[in-house]
Design a protein around this ligand. Structure first.
Ligand code: ZN
Length: 154
């Protein structure tokens, strides 16, 4: 059986940034499950894993455009600190829930704190990064109909 659209795959992975720092890893945990072909994992990794089989080990480098996108200057905003007066112990790196004009929630990260203004960044923390994955395919099975209709693994 191969990794293809409609298969539930589990993988062990280690993710490093371009500087070689480990950002995330499944080591010591259960392998991570995902439904291939449904955007459960970043597009560049999904493409690279297509057609692989159990036991395959792959090293995959993914450009930002195929990962978490480019870092957008427009996504960085200064807001008056009075707007966040209800937030206790505001610290750099803290993530806050915000809403766009249509009421959709999104997450911003606090990147700068000054007396009058606070800078928040709505870019994904890994936006603009080239990502390096070491992956091993642990299992592959057919997805159930319900999993396909939901677009995720049960
Ligand atoms: Zn579901």
């Amino acid at each position: 059986m191969k990794v293809e659209n409609g298969k539930v795959v589990t993988m062990h992975y280690t993710l490093k940034n371009d500087a070689g720092d480990v950002i995330d890893s499944s080591e010591g945990k259960e392998p991570m499950p995902f439904l291939q072909g449904h955007g459960n994992i970043i597009p560049g990794l999904e493409t690279a894993l297509e057609g692989s089989t159990v036991g395959d080990k792959l090293d995959v480098s993914v450009e930002p455009e195929e990962a978490y996108g480019l870092r957008l200057q427009d996504a960085i905003q200064e807001i008056p600190s009075s707007a966040l007066q209800g937030v206790d112990n505001l610290t750099i790196g803290m993530q806050l829930q915000s809403q766009d004009e249509e009421g959709h929630p999104f997450v911003v990260t606090v990147t700068k704190i000054e007396d009058e203004t606070i800078t928040v960044d709505a870019n994904h923390p890994l936006a603009g990064e080239i990502l390096h994955f070491a992956v091993s395919i642990e299992s592959i099975r057919d997805a159930q109909e319900e999993e396909i209709s939901h677009g995720h693994v049960h």
